[in-house]
Design a protein around this ligand. Structure first.
Ligand SMILES: [Zn+2]
Length: 316
């Protein structure tokens, strides 16, 4: 046998070129929502077309589900539609100023931290799955882990309404001081490579703080997690426009302070008070709409009472 030939066969996978990976990743840097939406938002602000809540609500339409990419392996488009319609009834999503629910399962959302061993500039990257895989498959297990720890499932942009003068460089708007509001989309991304998905498939729920799925049938857990993620993001819009700044905001904060975080995920935000209340509400809505029985037995059932009292349009 010719050793040289063997070598050639083995090296048919070219060695990983980190510099090329960095450049490639950086070509998919974005602002989270489509760049058109982003400029449209900036322009509306500059033209002073953004308005106070009531006027904005009056002029808004029902939230639309926009399927950008979905291979329907995890959830069918119909399942997504049925879930949203049955759990968020009446005009609750319109009241939450949700413009669209963008399904982008074909994109991997990597949020590069300041320090990363790939030299990728800090920021948000939206990589087509095939492009992501091109590099991911060549990485060492340690490098893969580093990458997957910073993959995000979804985003809500409702908190843009809380952007202050000091923080406005991202969208160029400072809504908090203006008293005006901006309707925003929520977006769902690829869920195949993150640590939670891996843990669900390996049955290690507690390790990643997904104990609330323990009573969900094994075959349904991944699906419930994905649907719960949609609910979580929609809840951020509801928190922003229907709790934040309202008299019952205090009531919610008091419940969270007394009971503690509903999930491990919400607890990760404990050092940022407002975000902590916001994330706890988002997780409470996740459990309320997907694992209600668990919520009732969890010691956090009072959160369910709060939801029933103020948001009867949300169903479990
Ligand atoms: Zn959240």
């Amino acid at each position: 046998m010719n050793p040289e030939r063997i070598n050639k066969t083995e090296s048919s996978n070219p060695p990983l070129n980190i510099e090329k990976m960095k450049q490639d990743f950086e070509s998919f840097k974005n602002a989270g929502i489509s760049i058109e939406t982003y400029y449209d938002l900036q322009q509306k602000f500059l033209d002073e077309k953004l308005k106070p809540y009531q006027e904005t609500y009056d002029e808004s339409e029902e939230a639309q589900i926009v399927i950008e990419t979905n291979d329907e392996k995890l959830l069918t488009n119909e399942e997504i539609g049925d879930f949203v319609d049955s759990k968020f009834q009446g005009d609750i999503l319109r009241k939450g100023l949700v413009t669209t629910i963008e399904i982008r399962f074909g994109e991997v959302n990597y949020q590069a931290p300041e320090e990363n061993s790939f030299g990728i500039e800090k920021g948000e990257y939206y990589l087509p799955k095939a492009k992501f895989l091109e590099y991911f498959n060549q990485l060492s297990p340690e490098q893969q882990k580093e990458l997957t720890a910073n993959i995000y499932h979804a985003e809500s942009f409702a908190s843009w309404n809380r952007i202050t003068e000091q923080e406005n460089e991202m969208v160029g708007v400072a809504l908090l001081e203006s008293g005006h509001v901006v309707p925003t989309p929520v977006a769902l991304f690829n869920l195949e490579f993150d640590d939670e998905t891996k843990a669900i498939s390996e049955g290690k729920l507690e390790e990643v703080g997904l104990g609330y799925l323990s009573e969900t049938r094994e075959s349904e857990r991944q699906k419930m997690y994905a649907l719960g993620t949609i609910a979580h993001e929609l809840a951020h819009n509801i928190f922003q426009h229907l709790i934040y700044g309202k008299p019952h905001q205090k009531e919610w904060e008091e419940i969270v302070d007394r009971l503690g975080s509903i999930t491990k995920y919400a607890e990760e935000y404990k050092n940022d008070k407002l975000t902590h209340y916001d994330e706890n509400f988002a997780e409470a809505i996740r459990l309320f709409t997907t694992t209600r029985e668990f919520l009732e037995k969890s010691g956090h059932s009072e959160m369910a009472r709060f939801i029933e009292k103020y948001f009867p349009e949300i169903k479990s």
